[in-house]
Every structure is written in C-alpha cells, then in structure tokens.
Design a binder for this molecule. Structure first.
Ligand code: MG
Length: 275
C-alpha cells in the first residue's frame, strides 16, 4: 500500500511539474485579473529632466555660476565635538547672525576663500535630493586630510566628505564620499585633482518625537561621479571630528553648509529638490 502511494505521488509529482504553467490570456480577457494590481493614482508629477547635469525644472538652484545670493556666512559654522555641535545649533536658533559670504566667484565657480569660514544656504532644508559639482585643485606637497578638504554638511550637521582621494591616502572613513567618521564609501570613484567631480545625493533628515527622542535616523544614498558610494546608510548622529556621535533633537529643516577647511576647493552647479 505504501509502495502504491509512493508511485502515485511520484507520477502526480512528475506530471504536475514537468511543464511550466501556461496562462490562457484569451480566456482571461473577460475578467482582466491583471487590472487589480495596476495602480493608477497618484500620478507622479511630470518634470523635465535636465540635460546632463543641468538642474531639472523643479529644482531650487543654489549656485548657477552667477552669484552667492542663496548663501550667507553664519557667525558659527559647525562643531567638531558633540557638545560643541549642540551648543552651536542652540546658539544659532536663538541668534540668527549672518554676514555676506567671502568666498570667491570666478569663471562660473565658487571657490573656498581659506580662513573666511563656512557658508550656508539662506534657505533651510530637510529631506532633499542634492546635486553638487566640485573640484579638488592640484596642490603639490599636500597630503592626507590636508589635500583639498571641504565638505557638504546636510543641515549643517551631517557631512559627506569632499577631499582629493585620488592616490591620496587617508583614513577610509574620512576619504571623499565618506559620511565623515561613520560610513566608508562603497568604492573610491574619485577623479584626479584638477578634474570636476559630482555628487548626487538623497538625504533623509532624522525625525524626532515630541519628547525629543529619535523617531527615525538620518539616511544617505550617494553617487560619486555616477557611481553608488553610499546605499541607504544610516547615520548615528552628526558627523564629528572628535568622539562618538549621538542624536539630539533639532529643527526639521536646517541650512546646507559648505566647509572651509583651508583649501581652495571649487564648486559649481549646485541644486536641490525638496522631497
Ligand atoms: Mg571635510
């Protein structure tokens, strides 16, 4: 009996799975079951893609080669250690003191003017898609973190490193494309110094509960020269030079900041899309 059952199972098994299932689409025309899984609403907003890296139609242009009107110089830039970071953000929220940026604009580029300090956008942002092009100038004799260092700080807190990382050794979580001291880039997609490079980034701001506790951390997805270097990387807090990061409640939107690290790094074609 057991033997017969085994034979029957084997036969059925063989018959059932020798051929892939065929669907008779003609017979299904009456009921169109595929329509059930078609989602027609909401229709995504139509935007005109930019040519190459030009801003798309719905972008907020932060620098198009003309002037620094979208930027100003904060009295205090960014912090190197968590206690300093918190104190700066606190201070800024109470004392919005700014002056004109002293960075240079030349040949359609904005150039860090070493020693004049960081600049930040007049507008505050939360979740964004950012496009930014940058150039690490050829600077013989410079090395490590001293070779064309700058940085893009989302919300003035979360830094993706800008550095010449083309044959320039430094700590991996501090090279170009690193979420500074938190996430090493997946690959090194750096171009040589003297050549323009791009970052295309999706930054999701951290969200906080009423009581100040973290609701959702910051996430970053980044492409360096079109190559994925950060894939939905979760941040542990602001990117700091000294010590361990942690989250503290801050505004939903804060300005985008560019770092003056003492090197004449250049930027062009900067735009964001709010998400
Ligand atoms: Mg930097």
């Amino acid at each position: 009996m057991r033997f017969c059952t085994a034979i029957i199972l084997l036969l059925f098994g063989t018959l059932s799975y020798t051929q892939p299932i065929e669907i008779d689409f003609g017979a299904l025309q009456a009921t169109k079951p595929w329509a059930k899984t078609e989602q027609w609403e909401p229709v995504p907003m139509k935007v005109t893609p930019g040519t190459f890296t030009a801003p798309p139609s719905d972008a907020i242009v932060l620098f198009d080669g003309g002037d620094l009107d979208a930027w100003h110089k904060p009295k205090y830039g960014y912090g190197a250690r968590m206690d300093q970071v918190e104190s700066i953000i606190d201070w800024k929220s109470e004392h919005p003191e700014f002056s004109d940026p002293e960075w240079l604009v030349k040949d359609g580029q904005m150039i860090v003017n070493p020693g004049t300090g960081a600049i930040e956008t007049k507008q505050a942002f939360g979740d964004v898609q950012l496009h930014i092009e940058w150039l690490a100038p050829v600077d013989p004799g410079k090395e490590d973190q001293g070779y064309s260092n700058s940085g893009v700080f989302f919300m003035g807190l979360y830094e993706i490193q800008v550095l010449n990382s083309y044959e320039n050794k430094t700590y991996a979580n501090g090279q170009a494309g690193a979420m500074y001291k938190q996430h090493i880039p997946l690959v090194n997609a750096s171009r040589p110094p003297g050549e323009w490079q791009s970052y295309d980034i999706i930054f999701m701001a951290p969200k906080f509960k009423e009581d100040g506790n973290l609701d959702s951390p910051a996430y970053i997805t980044a492409f360096h020269n079109g190559v994925l270097i950060q894939n939905h990387a979760e941040l542990e807090g602001p990117c700091v030079f000294i010590g361990e990061p942690y989250y503290f409640k801050h505004a939903e939107k804060l300005p985008l900041l560019l770092q003056d690290h003492g090197n004449k790094v250049r930027f062009r074609n900067i735009w964001v899309r709010e998400l």
